[in-house]
Structures are given as structure tokens and as C-alpha cells.
Design a protein around this ligand. Structure first.
Ligand code: NAI
Ligand code: MG
Length: 359
């Protein structure tokens, strides 16, 4: 297979973890006989410094002619006092919107050597392997009006708005994902209170008819947030509204206990997607070779799976991550028992060794 990839390293540790992911990706693509063309582009603070805007037109052009985007992280204290239009995160919001990425996927999976790092009891976390699918471009965060009103500005309003089409496409995406996983979908809403949730539930029920092999449950968001802690192992795919998903995915991210490990995918109805770690630019450790590259590396694995259907190749990367952790190699952020803390580059070397020896 041939693929065209847009590579947006961004700021802080972004370039360091991106370098790791590209090395791992090249290894696995080479081993399986695929070809990739990588085109680098600026985003965030790096783009502000070089091009005077967080999302240059050239970056968008490169993204539009690519099959998928790999993104590192953006932001840092250097740009914190910039006006709103010159903030790094503007680049991130802009690219999601321009590329029409409406589904944000965050997988959360337990890695045996990291179980001690979880704030939850080992037996609760052991078999966790779930994905949260968050609607990304509608719902409470985008509904209008959203403003202060009244003579003294002491009344406020936010709006949770969706169209049928917006709900249908995210629910469809979640069913498709459930189908290639363990075929369990939890549709999360607040249908006992919200009209938008009642339509959400209606659409989930209608869509379910097309996927008879997927077991669907409807859960209320408050109860789901409890269940995520009490029994996270019960979940396979969870699909939900923008703000509910924002909150639940942060909650779920602590189950396995390490920010540096978590990948994400932002998708739309075709196979195009943007893949990035959940963590930020970590200015406190940038440039020191301390960054954990695994969130970025696992994001590249998600890309192979979701944008290119390369399941074996994705699984090979995930297995290499597992094996390297089993061997006790880690970066400083990970609490691996008797772990050997190595640099970003060294950990990447270990991953590449595993990939080359297992095939
Ligand atoms: P952060 O995720 O960058 O860092 C939080 C803590 O986790 C820090 O102590 C950091 O050293 C550590 N950490 C994060 N990723 C790590 C990794 N891969 N390996 C080892 N340690 C890691 O979040 P923070 O500190 O709130 O934000 C820093 C900057 O990043 C801000 O400018 C923020 O706006 C930006 N940010 C960007 C995001 C993105 O690009 N998607 C997401 C979150 C924050
Ligand atoms: Mg959040």
C-alpha cells in the first residue's frame, strides 16, 4: 500500500515524540512492504514563530492532499500572552474544523506492567480495553446562543444543539467501530432530562437495526461516570455528546494511570483521520529527551488501523509497546516496577528492535 501522510510535530515535546513515531512507522511499513510519503508542516507555536499564524494555509493544503495527519502537540508559555488569534490551540481547533473531523476516539487500555500506576485496584483495571467516541463539532460547546444577557449581564445561556444528521454520523461511526471490536456499544445520554438526548437515543435505536450483531445499551451519563470507576472492564465502545465525552474521556484517562501512554484519533465519515497523543506539549520536559513517545507511537498504530485498515501492522506496533514495557523499559513518567528509565530515543530503539525481531 502507498500512503501520503501529513506530519505536524508542533511545539514542546511534539517534535521529539513525532520523531519516535515516524521511526517506528517506517520500520513497520518497511517490514510489511508498504510505502509512505511524509510531508512536514507547521502548526501551533512553531507556525506562529515562522509564519505568523497558528494554522498556515500551506499546512491546510498539505493536510488536504494527504490520506491522514499525524500531530504532535501544541502550546507553551512562550505564546500564553498572545492575543486569541495568535494562540497555538487556535491551530488545533482550526484544523479539526477545516478537515471536518467530527468523531474523537480515545482508546483506554490496561498494560500489565503499568497496573501499579493506576489509582484503581489492579483487579478492576486488568481487563480494561475501551474506546470513548466523543462527538467533536456540535452539542453544548457549539450551540448558539451562548451568551450573557439581561440588563446587568446576570443571566447566562448556553445551548445544546444537534441536527439529526450530526447525531446519525457519530452513532454510525461508533457502530462501525464496535463491529470491528467486541461488538458492544454503550450509547450515553441524559434522556431523562434533555430533549437532545431523547433524539440521540431514538437515532441510536434506529441505527442499531442495521447492526444486529452489535449489543447496544443506553446509559445515563451520570451513571456511566460511576460505572467507569466501579467496573470499567464492562465497556467496549462508548459513544456520547461533545461535553459528556470531554468529561468522560478525561475520567477514563486516569484508569490506566499514565497520560503519556494515551493515543487518540479524530475521524470523519471517510477514512481520513488525524492522530495525536492525548497529552500536551509538556514544556517542563521539552528538549531533554525525557518525553514518553508511546502515546504518539500508539496514535500512529491507530492511523494504520482506522485510515488504512492495516490491522496486522497496527497490532505489531501495539505488541512492541507491550513487549518493551514487559522488559521493564520506560520513560520517567511511567511507574514500571523495577523499571529501567531510558531516553525517548532509546525507548524508540527498543521498539524498533522488537518490531524487527518479531517478524
Ligand atoms: P501536558 O500534557 O503538556 O503536561 C502535563 C504533565 O504531564 C507535565 O508534567 C508533563 O511533563 C507530563 N507529560 C505530558 N506528556 C508527557 C509525555 N509524553 N512524557 C512524559 N511526561 C509527559 O499538559 P499541560 O502541562 O497542562 O499543558 C502544557 C501545554 O500543552 C499548554 O500550552 C497546553 O495548552 C498544551 N496542551 C496541548 C494539547 C494538545 O496539543 N493536544 C493538549 C493539552 C495541553
Ligand atoms: Mg478535556
Amino acid at each position: 500500500m502507498k500512503m501520503k501522510l501529513a506530519v505536524l510535530p508542533g511545539d514542546g515535546i511534539g517534535p521529539e515524540v513525532m520523531d519516535a513515531a515516524i521511526r517506528v512507522l517506517k520500520t513497520v511499513l518497511d517490514n510489511y512492504g508498504h510505502e509512505a510519503v511524509f510531508e512536514n508542516a507547521l502548526i501551533g507555536g512553531a507556525a506562529i514563530d515562522e509564519a505568523g499564524t497558528p494554522l498556515p494555509e500551506e499546512t491546510l493544503d498539505i493536510c488536504r492532499r494527504s490520506d491522514a495527519i499525524l500531530l504532535g502537540a501544541v502550546g507553551g508559555p512562550k505564546w500564553d500572552h498572545n492575543p486569541a488569534s495568535l494562540r497555538p490551540e487556535k491551530g488545533l481547533l482550526g484544523i479539526r474544523k477545516e478537515m471536518g473531523l467530527f468523531a474523537n476516539l480515545r482508546p483506554v487500555k490496561a498494560y500489565a506492567p503499568l497496573l501499579n500506576a493506576s489509582p484503581l485496584k489492579r483487579e478492576r483495571v486488568e481487563n480494561v480495553d475501551l474506546v470513548i467516541v466523543r462527538e467533536l463539532t456540535g452539542g453544548l460547546y457549539f450551540g448558539r446562543p451562548s451568551e450573557r444577557r439581561g440588563p446587568d449581564g446576570n443571566e447566562v445561556i448556553d445551548t445544546l444543539a444537534y441536527t439529526r444528521e450530526e447525531i446519525e454520523r457519530i452513532i454510525e461511526k461508533a457502530f462501525q467501530l464496535a463491529q470491528i471490536r467486541r461488538k458492544k456499544l454503550a450509547s450515553v445520554d441524559k434522556a431523562n432530562v434533555l430533549e437532545s438526548s431523547r433524539m440521540w437515543r431514538e437515532i441510536a435505536e434506529e441505527t442499531a437495526k442495521k447492526y444486529p450483531d452489535v449489543e447496544v445499551s443506553h446509559m445515563l451519563v451520570d451513571s456511566t461516570s460511576m460505572q467507569l470507576i466501579a467496573n470499567p472492564g464492562q465497556f467496549d465502545v462508548i459513544v456520547t455528546e461533545n461535553m459528556f465525552g470531554d468529561i468522560l474521556s478525561d475520567e477514563a484517562s486516569v484508569i490506566t494511570g499514565s497520560l503519556g501512554m494515551l493515543p487518540s484519533a479524530s475521524l470523519r465519515s471517510d477514512r481520513f483521520g488525524m492522530y495525536e497523543p492525548v497529552h500536551g506539549s509538556a514544556p517542563d520536559i521539552a528538549g531533554q529527551g525525557k518525553a514518553n513517545p508511546l502515546g504518539m507511537v500508539l496514535s500512529a498504530a491507530l492511523m494504520l488501523r482506522y485510515s488504512f485498515g492495516l490491522e496486522k501492522e497496527a497490532a505489531a506496533i501495539e505488541k512492541a509497546v507491550d513487549d518493551v514495557l514487559q522488559d521493564g523499559y520506560c520513560t520517567g513518567d511511567l511507574q514500571v516496577k523495577n523499571g529501567k528509565v531510558v531516553s525517548t530515543h532509546e525507548l524508540t530503539d527498543k521498539l524498533i528492535e522488537k518490531l524487527n525481531n518479531s517478524e
